[in-house]
Ligand binder design. Sequence first.
Ligand code: 1GP
Length: 243
Amino acid sequence: MKQIITSWRHVFKLDPDRFLEDSALEAVCLSGTDAIMVGGSDGVTYDNTIDLLMRIRRFEVPCVLEVSDLKAVVPGFDLYMIPIVLNAGHPDWFIGQHVRAIEQYGYIIPWEQLIPEGYIVLNQEATVARITEADTALDSALAGSYAQFADKLLGLPIVYVEYSGKIGDMELVSEVWRKLNNSRLFYGGGIADAESARRAAAVCDTVVVGNAIYSDLQGALETVRAVKAGPSGAVDPLAGGSI
Ligand code: 1GP
């Protein structure tokens, strides 16, 4: 099951703490995206997570939980993504919370369903940056070094460049991508239409779209085809899940 992430080009991220009408959820789930990631930095609870999971499960799309709060870990997801914030200002977000979780729940953790993600948080205004006290003032070279640390020393399957809420510096993203050998590069932040999706897709492995689902659903849906079409505009039959 873990191998599935290597085929993902496009992912929608849904926040259990935000309202989404049934028709909008249906459009997202049937959009041709490769997976739905459930997660948020704030206000994620067991109840709102299980509610959202049950609504998504009416569709066939893979559904994974990005764990941000242990109290909101719900069984029944395909995979569990475990963020490790590489540039966190506080060690809790790099290792502290993780070790405490293992100490408490190690005996029931489904290890084979866990996928660690090495986050590089780069938008200082984002909630995740505030909570983790991330050092967001990284130039391309330093961001690339964090990425290499995650890839070559920690062996993480995913490096996630996170600009949540705003469009990122695509040159920096591209530089980070070039530094990776084995980790997949996820990019998230400000992707809201076909054009921004195409630009991001050209410099990473997987494009994550969040906010736009709630602010401009039509624009968000257009990102799927844009990512899968590639620079030439033709849908890549090998990219999987094309619409
Ligand atoms: C958030 O990376 C995702 O964790 C997506 O970012 O919400 O800005 O699309 P946006």
